[in-house]
Design a protein around this ligand. Sequence first.
Ligand code: FAD
Ligand code: MLT
Ligand code: ZN
Length: 470
Amino acid sequence: MDTIVPADAIARLKSVVGPKGVVEGADAEPYFHEQRGLYRGAALAVLRPAATEEVAQLVAICAEARLPVYPQGGNTGLSGGAVAGKDGVLINLGRMNRVRALDALNFTITAEAGCVLAELQRAAEAADRLFPLSLGAEGSCQIGGNLSTNAGGINVLRYGNARELALGLEVVLPDGRVWNGLRGLRKNNTGYDLKQLFIGAEGTLGVITAATLKLFPRPREVETALVGLKRVEDVMELFARARAATGDQLTGFELIPRIGIDNVVQHGQGFHDPLAARHPWYALVEISTSRSGANLRAALEALLAVAMAANLVQDGTIAESEAQRRELWRIRAGVAELQEKLGGSIKHDVSVPVSKVAEFIVRGSTAVGARLPGIRPYPFGHVGDGNIHFNLMQPAGADKSVYLKRWAEFNRIVHDIVVSLGGSISAEHGIGLMRRDELAHYAAPLELEMMRRVKAALDPDGIMNPGKVL
Ligand code: FAD
Ligand code: MLT
Ligand code: ZN
């Protein structure tokens, strides 16, 4: 095969997408920005195709020229997976944002990869259905990015993560061919489940161009409470009781530490302490059902009354309206969004078995405090899934850049504890660039070998998102 010169390839790529699909100069800047501020992207070209056929042509040209392909969705990822390199081409899926079909009877929706998550949710709601994937970045992240990172969020407990919501995919393979696996089937045992390879692959095996996803009945009753507790062990005991008492109706169970409440009250807009007294820990508990007249309010009140009588829950508030419910969730979102107000923050997105969450938080906090007195653990997130964002804020007044140089050192302390408890060093944010060396350190050699073989089988020239994951 003749190798074409990159300059020629770039001209051909641009002509595939036309002027509307080429982003240049200052307009390209947002595509190179990275959420954590840890990396900076670059690219020979930023291209925004409008159809699957265009993506296929772009990737075919890149394959022929051995040019790296960097897929990008909403660019909200938190592991540096969508950071492009100056040696290749950034393909952003944002123009491919159509809902292709909604089958209300089949409880499925088929959408292009660039469909923004919130738009997908709205399309489902318009058909009296629920698309349950929900996370802080839903106003800008895209379903292709959600699937590529196997995103989690606040409803995983009840509905599963992105992987569990996908029934079929359409993918442009690294040689430019299109695999149409857009099936809306709940049962399909015809050999290997190929779509699973691309879900959570972070763009390293192909470009997802469309997906068929599960829908659910829309909730008719939702009840939400924020409660204060003394010990993280009490939080987990409350979780077990809530699950047992409400069964499938428990939709979300999120942990907020006192430092998170202090942070939003001090640095956010219009927040106040949600309960009369201060508590070391808070749990945001949500139950919901698609059945009208289920009287979930009584179930939640009964659960909390028993937990208070047992000295498990110290105090709590139940949202009296949708506005109050949103306000409680705004606190939870603020806890994540305002982290950087406390200075340097060393990140961990870990999971352990739910039964080990309290032990993990206690052991982790003790270990990092012993290494650096004054360090401020800020553990929050989806404890109902065993997923903690165990972020470590710099000691007050410390030099931020000096502190952040210790990132790998603290990762090792925390990840060693996670692994000793049977946990994972990436629960929902993925590996990307940020955790690539940690994956290489902790994954079993046989696991890494199988991953490398899959990569080599599908992408023998290594052009898909090189440098990420493996
Ligand atoms: P991008 O950031 O653009 O890309 C992410 C990865 O997927 C990259 O490796 C990229 O190459 C690849 N990719 C993107 N699109 C495609 C495609 N079409 N085909 C192949 N590869 C592709 N994540 C959670 O899991 N749970 C949360 O609760 C959560 N909350 C968040 C809150 C905030 C405020 C922010 C900023 C982020 C949060 N995230 C969360 C992280 C992020 O939103 C998710 O990882 C999201 O799924 C990324 O989607 P995206 O479209 O922005 O993908
Ligand atoms: C969250 O749960 O809010 C997110 O995953 C964001 C974060 O970890 O910062
Ligand atoms: Zn999260």
